[in-house]
Design a protein around this ligand. Structure first.
Ligand SMILES: [Mg+2]
Length: 274
């Protein structure tokens, strides 16, 4: 039970190791009794800084150019109409003040001041999120953006798939954003390695019912699924649903305390045991 290499959902407390202290990242963790690996993205397969430090600034800096170029696209026009409707209904006095100064109705950049204001307020209006996704899509296609996965991720995904594990993604970014990210990595397009993709449409990542639903969709007992994430609240929710869990501890992650969970610092630590 207390085999140090065993993977159980409830780990006995281990001596604390200070974050970034060079704690051993060579300890092997056995993968057995499992059928699926369910992976978070940010802080788990890709640095958190890519989203906060690259993707979001890229979307704000390139939104105007994108709108000018894409004003004729029906999908963009539909999203902009949604933005205008939300702007006209926005009870915030700052939004109303912006509305008084807006450009002529129908201009490509009519809604830009409101969109930039929403970004500054960190308001997650659905059409804004979709427009950001389209800006990223163009950025990836142009080669401006490349998702910097941790160097051990690609090899591990290949090994796990070759060992017969099913691989799935669960991230708060939309499935479209997840797939864009895994399409454009330094190792090329890795989408084929995953068979299932989940975002918050299945439920919030801190709710254990989401993990129960994911297990149902994977047609698998929760106890045969290993979920890896850098967020303790997510691990607690998955653990409560009966999944096995590992805490991803990577340089630059906002959370470094694994609580009661076993830590993984590199996927070279995971060894499949048939
Ligand atoms: Mg994460």
């Amino acid at each position: 039970m207390n085999d140090p290499g065993a993977l159980t959902s409830h780990q006995p407390p281990s001596p604390p190791t200070p974050a970034g202290s060079g704690a051993p990242d060579t300890e092997l963790i056995a993968l057995y009794g499992l059928d699926w690996l369910l992976l978070d993205i940010e802080g788990t397969t890709c640095p958190v800084s890519f989203v906060a430090g690259t993707l979001f600034p890229y979307a704000s800096e390139n939104l105007a150019g994108f709108l000018e170029e894409s004003a004729e696209r029906p999908d963009v026009q539909a999203l902009l109409q949604e933005v205008i409707a939300a702007w006209e209904a926005d009870p915030d006095p700052a939004a109303a003040a912006l509305l008084k100064q807006r450009q002529p109705v129908g201009a490509a950049l009519e809604s830009l001041p409101y969109l930039q204001w929403l970004i500054l307020q960190d308001r997650k209006l659905a059409p804004l999120k979709e427009l950001q996704g389209l800006v990223w899509e163009r950025g990836y296609e142009r080669g401006d953006l490349l998702a910097p996965l941790y160097p051990d991720v690609h090899g591990a995904l290949e090994r796990w798939q070759a060992s017969g594990f099913g691989l799935a993604v669960y991230s708060s970014g939309s499935v479209a954003a997840q797939q864009m990210l895994y399409t454009h990595t330094p190792s090329g397009d890795l989408r084929h390695l995953f068979s299932h993709w989940f975002d918050t449409r299945i439920g919030g990542k801190k709710e254990s019912s989401s993990y129960t639903r994911i297990a149902k969709q994977l047609c698998c007992q929760p106890g045969r699924i290993l979920f890896i994430s850098d967020a303790m609240a997510e691990l607690k929710a998955a653990d409560a649903a009966g999944m096995k869990v590992l805490f991803s501890d990577r340089e630059g992650n906002p959370e470094r305390d694994p609580g009661p969970f076993k830590v993984i610092r590199s996927y070279t630590q995971l060894k499949a045991i048939p």
